[in-house]
Design a protein around this ligand. Structure first.
Ligand code: C2O
Ligand code: CU
Ligand code: CU
Length: 511
């Protein structure tokens, strides 16, 4: 067998446990063990050989997390989180984006190769309450685990906290033929990791929990389930792990120090499995792992932990012996050579709390901060200049591209980040060089995926341009959005509170 990694790769000094405001996860004692919720698959409205039609509805709901009172939540075609959406590579997709919430939202397809800024669904594409927008695109990327989440700046964090996030799976023929677990809900299991707090009457209270450096909860929610267990009925199980938390890094490991194989990351499968005992996943990242329970007996239990807190119990049942090894080689990943005379784009993530910024500036919807020619492959150097002591890891995300990680402070990337990525953690005092190819023209956002940093202005925009077909974009502006929020909430504009606003006010920056 290949090398087994048994470290998180990250420097202990940089992980969020060392932060003053850090809160450990705790086992909730009020809730008995319950079956892990597996989100249903979203049914298409209609389907032909070549085309698939969906309606994705953002709506309010009530969710029974704790005994007694239900929690008021948001979800996509569901009370909390959403139904899992499946896209097949090559198909033409048509989606009605329906907003049944009382407030505006956007539908951002994180990791999906679609044009910005409208189809991509960032802050420029609000859908107002009671309205339905429509998008069409053709799926053009390998099989992967992506996600959909709300992205109305600066209210992304609070809408996601309420529940607006769901998994999006891309399927393709190559991956369908690989001998890896692929039966959704049976041996191919989504795991959306989140942390929340419950306040009076079992409600969320985002404003009370708000932390400009990222809001933490102490209750682990896995697919919206507290104290979940999953019944293992196959020898191998594939977990598609999504860190859907606002701020928390999850440090995953199993009981008995069980070895598992990471087979995929943000943009799809890795070229080869990476065998490991510990896996840290930062905000917005996806990691697909395969766990082999071959050495366990019916009745055994395997526990998945984050740090010291058990977050999922795996109950072993009878299963058919499966002596196949995972393939040594999974897929080929296209690696574009860097365009000749490429300029090196610089992104400096600086500050903490309210002072967070990119290249010294806070996000401005009307400003384009960088440009790259469509189809070119260029280096982007992403630097986190936080101090090693007292700094934090910033998970850097780009819309409009799946990139390759080239180096960390000039050294090789971690072995599990050699696949396609859309989010990469950058340690304090580190520069991560990535190689970026953008297949579609448009305006896209790049930002820290700690949602409160994003709302607080650690975000920028870049245009992917075609020199032969220059385009003009009508970009959204903050006034329009604030007026809309005020109207929807039926309060004066001066009373509107959205998480990230504080960071602009306290640093005297125009939104
Ligand atoms: Cu998950 Cu701007 O994105
Ligand atoms: Cu995104
Ligand atoms: Cu950050």
């Amino acid at each position: 067998m290949s090398k087994i990694y048994d470290s998180y790769f990250y420097n202990i000094k940089d992980i969020d446990r060392t932060d003053g405001a850090y809160k450990e996860l705790e086992v909730n004692q009020e809730v008995p063990a319950q079956k892990l919720k597996i989100p249903e698959l979203l049914k298409p409205d209609n389907q032909t050989e070549t085309d698939t039609f969906y309606t994705v509805e953002a709506r309010t709901g009530e969710t029974q997390f704790l005994p007694d009172k239900k929690t008021k939540t948001f979800g996509y075609n569901a009370n909390y989180l959403g139904k899992t959406i499946v896209f097949e590579n090559g198909k033409n997709i048509h989606i009605n984006l329906k907003n049944s919430l009382p407030i505006l939202t956007t539908f951002h397809w994180h990791g999906l190769n679609v044009s910005g800024p409208i189809i991509d669904g960032g802050c420029h594409a609000p859908v107002y309450p009671g309205e339905t927008n429509h998008i069409d695109f053709t799926v053009d990327q390998p099989a992967a685990t992506l996600w959909l989440h709300a992205h109305p700046c600066p209210a992304t964090a609070q809408e996601v906290w309420k529940g607006l996030a769901t998994m999006v799976l891309i399927k393709d023929k190559i991956t369908d033929q690989l001998p890896i677990p692929k039966e959704y809900g049976i041996d191919d299991i989504p795991l959306i990791l989140q942390d929340r707090n419950f306040h009076e009457d079992n409600q969320f209270n985002y404003r009370k929990d708000y932390d400009p450096d990222g809001t933490l909860g102490t209750v682990p929610l896995i697919n919206g389930t507290i104290n979940p267990y999953f019944e293992v009925k196959t020898q191998k199980v594939r977990f598609r792990i999504l860190n859907g938390s606002n701020r928390r890094e999850w440090r995953l490991h199993f009981s008995d120090d069980l070895t598992f194989a990471q087979i995929g990351s943000d943009g799809g499968l890795l070229e080869e499995p990476v065998y490991m005992k510990k896996l840290m996943i930062t905000c917005a990242e996806r990691d697909e792992v395969v766990v082999d329970f071959g050495n366990y007996q019916p009745g055994d239990q395997v526990i998945l932990y984050s740090d010291k807190t058990p977050i999922l119990t795996l109950k072993i049942h009878n299963f058919k012996k499966d002596s196949d090894n995972l393939p040594d080689h999974l897929v080929d990943i296209v690696d574009h050579p860097v365009t000749e005379n490429t300029k090196i784009h610089e992104v400096l993530m600086s500050g903490m709390d309210e002072t967070v910024a990119i290249n010294g500036k806070k996000f401005n919807m009307q400003r384009i901060d960088d440009r790259q020619q469509v189809g070119n492959t260029e280096y982007w150097d992403i630097t986190n200049n936080n101090e090693v002591d007292g700094g934090m890891i910033h998970p850097y995300h780009m819309h409009g591209t799946l990139f390759k990680v080239v180096s960390r402070n000039g050294k090789a990337p971690y072995p599990n980040e050699l696949g396609l990525k859309d989010t990469i953690s950058v340690n304090p005092n580190e520069t991560v060089r990535i190689k970026v190819t953008c297949p579609k023209t448009g305006v896209y956002m790049n930002h820290c995926h700690i949602l409160e940093h994003e709302d607080g202005g650690m975000m920028a925009q870049f245009e992917v341009f075609d020199p032969n077909h220059p385009k003009e974009y009508r970009l959204m502006d903050m006034n329009t959005l604030m007026q809309a929020f005020a109207k929807e909430l039926k309060i004066p504009e001066s009373e509107v509170w959205l998480g990230g606003m504080d960071s602009y006010e306290k640093t005297n920056t125009e939104m």
